[in-house]
Design a protein. Structure first.
Length: 149
């Protein structure tokens, strides 16, 4: 049976924090990594951030209902974050028996823009980032599967 664990800002993330040199209780593991990076355009392997036990990764844009995310990702609805009415986007990662997600505020990390599908399964767990004009991290060069909607 699949189990869901949501990694929200303000929630302790023990496993993910072990992978980082310093991780606060109020920050996403991805955001922590980006802020600690010494690169202007870091390339992030999500398996390095969240753990090598995860076999699939996707990102979900803000204001996306869990029913839609569940359908696209072929995951039980109760295991995906419901971002309907939310400004947050999220990275969802799963393996055979569990699902987790890392929810991100748009003032920190921007995964989606007007050309991005609402739900996107990554073909490789790698994202490139650059700094936006307001200091936020902008994802680019996303490798997504053709069945993303």
């Amino acid at each position: 049976m699949l189990q869901a664990r949501f990694v929200k800002q303000g929630t302790a993330v023990l496993f993910s924090c072990l992978l980082l040199t310093s991780c606060s209780d109020s920050q996403s593991p991805l955001l922590s990594f980006l802020e600690e990076s010494n690169f202007n355009r870091p390339v992030v392997n999500l398996s390095d951030i969240y753990g090598s036990e995860w076999t699939a990764f996707a990102f979900i844009c803000a204001d996306t209902p869990s029913t839609y995310s569940s359908e696209v990702l072929d995951l039980p609805i109760e295991l995906v974050p419901d971002l309907e009415g939310s400004e947050q986007s999220g990275i969802v990662f799963w393996s055979d028996d569990s699902v987790e997600s890392d929810l991100l505020n748009p003032s920190d990390v921007v995964l989606c823009d007007s050309t991005t599908s609402l739900v996107n399964k990554l073909t490789v767990p790698t994202l490139s980032f650059s700094k936006g004009v307001n200091g936020e991290w902008l994802a680019s060069n996303l490798s997504v599967s053709q069945d993303s909607k």
